[in-house]
Design a protein around this ligand. Structure first.
Ligand code: NAI
Length: 272
């Protein structure tokens, strides 16, 4: 539909073809955008970003999203290549304690800080450096990926719930300040999605299947998340900012569904 015709941007966080950011890049290309792709230098070895760069005609700038120096260089290069850009997509996350199976009560605080730095503070850094380098246009749009674990406890999500709560708070705090330049910033709160980061969470399959059975529309996949992201990068949502927008097939409005009631009755026995 050409929703992003003439727009330029940067998309952080595509690792492989399961990544949400990968789907966002393909959808952005389809809608007419030109963009730079970025990921941490270590992802060069772990993922297949070169493939995506080739298929979307994009360049790659490797940068650790926790490094001010690398982000400053990145936005300088982005500006050289495209001039000031119209959009930024932040699709970065990692829970270090979660990865290493450390329970919430016993968090290793160095790892906890790393988790918050990678998964939340990186959004602040990215926006800061984009502004500092005058690399984002007035009227631009910024989108970050979040999860309902920011508001509610999903036991195995552990420290990542804190990281997402911080991420969403940064969305609001920056949203206020970006408003004077008509730049908007929102978080998409996405269904459990089968990706590298998703599958790194202990109990992910249970969370996925639970949400699938509770959500009236079922779980939203990466492709539908990408389509939703495109609407937020387009001019049609120019008055939407500072929001956490649920893209979850209705999960966030549900308590329990018939399907789950029946499954629970089957496993625990119906006492009627
Ligand atoms: P993914 O593993 O494909 O993407 C995570 C990305 O973060 C990777 O590309 C990784 O290289 C990047 N990253 C990690 N450390 C970095 C650093 N220091 N600097 C720069 N990049 C770094 O997984 P997915 O699921 O596509 O994750 C994207 C976003 O979506 C994350 O914010 C995640 O929390 C969020 N999300 C994922 C859900 C899921 O169930 N998969 C559900 C809701 C939100």
């Amino acid at each position: 539909m050409g929703l992003l015709d003439g727009k330029t941007g940067i998309i952080f966080g595509a690792l492989n073809d399961e990544s949400i950011a990968w789907a966002v890049a393909e959808a952005a290309k389809r809608e007419g955008a030109e963009f730079v792709l970025s990921n941490a230098p270590v992802a060069r070895r772990l993922g297949s970003l070169d493939e995506l760069a080739e298929s979307t005609g994009s360049s790659i700038i490797w940068a650790d999203a926790t490094s001010d120096e690398e982000l400053a260089d990145l936005f300088e290069q982005v500006k050289e290549e495209h001039g000031p850009i119209d959009f930024i997509v932040h699709s970065i996350g990692m829970g270090v304690n979660v990865r290493k199976d450390v329970p919430y009560e016993d968090l290793n605080y160095n790892w906890y800080q790393k988790t918050l730095d990678i998964s939340a503070v990186s959004l602040h850094r990215i926006v800061h450096h984009a502004l500092d380098q005058e690399a984002i246009k007035d009227g631009g749009s910024i989108v970050a990926m979040s999860y309902i674990g920011a508001q509610r406890i999903f036991s195995k999500y552990s420290e990542m719930g804190d990281a997402k709560a911080l991420l969403e708070s940064i969305v609001r705090a920056f949203g206020y300040r970006l408003g004077k330049r008509d730049i908007r910033i929102n978080a998409i709160s996405q269904s459990p999605t089968k990706t590298t980061a998703g599958s790194g969470i202990d109990g992910f399959n249970a969370m996925y299947e639970f949400a699938e059975r509770v959500s009236p529309l079922g779980n939203a996949d990466a492709e539908s998340c990408a389509d939703y992201t495109i609407t937020l990068l387009s001019d049609y949502t120019r008055m939407v900012t500072m929001q956490t927008l649920y893209h979850d097939g209705g999960f966030s409005s549900m308590g329990i569904s018939d399907q789950l009631v029946e499954a629970m009755e089957d496993s625990f026995g119906d006492d009627e």
